[in-house]
Design a protein around this ligand. Sequence first.
Ligand code: G6P
Length: 366
Amino acid sequence: GAAELGPYRHYMQKEIFEQPRVIGDTLEGVTGIMPELFGDGAYGVFKEIDRVLILACGTSYYAGLTAKYWIESIAKVPVNVEIASEYRYRDSVPHPQTLVVTISQSGETADTLAALKHARSMGMPHTLTICNVSTSAMVRECKLNYITRAGVEVGVASTKAFTTQLAALFLLTLTLAQVNGRLTEEAEAEHLKMMRHLPVAISAVLALEPQIIAWAEEFARKENALFLGRGMHYPIALEGALKLKEISYIHAEAYPAGELKHGPLALVTEEMPVVTIAPNDALLEKLKSNMQEVRARGGQLYVFADVDSRITSGDGVHVIRLPEHYGDLSPILHVAALQLLAYHTALARGTDVDKPRNLAKSVTVE
Ligand code: G6P
């Protein structure tokens, strides 16, 4: 009811603003990296496996895609990420030394549960879930788990469940790296410091809300939008586009920016807002030339740029600056800005933000 909402207009907004706290809760008590964070016997399982298969749906699938970038780069373990409803019905090649990871807010999604059972029936016994409900079927079915502590998520469009999944997946990444002898004590200490500082860092992004509202008022008049990201921010672009579609009903597509010239550039006109995720990372210069390709066709760029990225606003280039560049954990900060953009665009269009048409919070039937 209204009392529970406090100063917020919708559960989605409330849940976006709970993220600093629930990310802190999810990482609470993590004083060091150790396999047992994922349950008894985790060390033996992590020693045994030589690859990871992630199975999930919807927003949880995008958390998995982000984790692929982390795990391959930091732990050097190969990762496949599959949409659960596709995986369960296709012929694939099982490998017994696979860590099968399901990601699910509810722990009850029918396709994800069926995909898990399918993987196990093909001879892959090492299972782990990242899940927000400790009493769920998914947790019962998996040998290992990490319970995110997002709390109850009411808004159909997932927000705090996603960022807490990312926090848990980053812990999994560091743990796999450690088991493989790829995590020095200095690196562990540095990563833990960054993780502990996440609540403060994400609060600083949420404080950009007034600037994002101004953009949302323009977005509310559009019928299409493109989202661009590169590297580990490509899944974040996908999630930003999904959020906008789900609650504002604006058609949105995400592309890895390098792929623009292979199709989506044909859609770019003055009428096409192009949301660009511009972290100050190794791909920034490449991204800037992708932005030029958009500007040359008259597209309007809406850029979320880290400090020091030297991207300035100008004709057709709108910039909101994120307070700090956050290295490997940058996706967690950038997605919070995109959640607010979707939320305020939907608000301006007057849609039913917490209960978008045709969608359910958890899909327990096929
Ligand atoms: C539904 C929800 C999404 C969610 C997806 C997967 O589509 O609307 O927000 O990402 O299910 O749900 P799960 O509980 O498995 O994460």
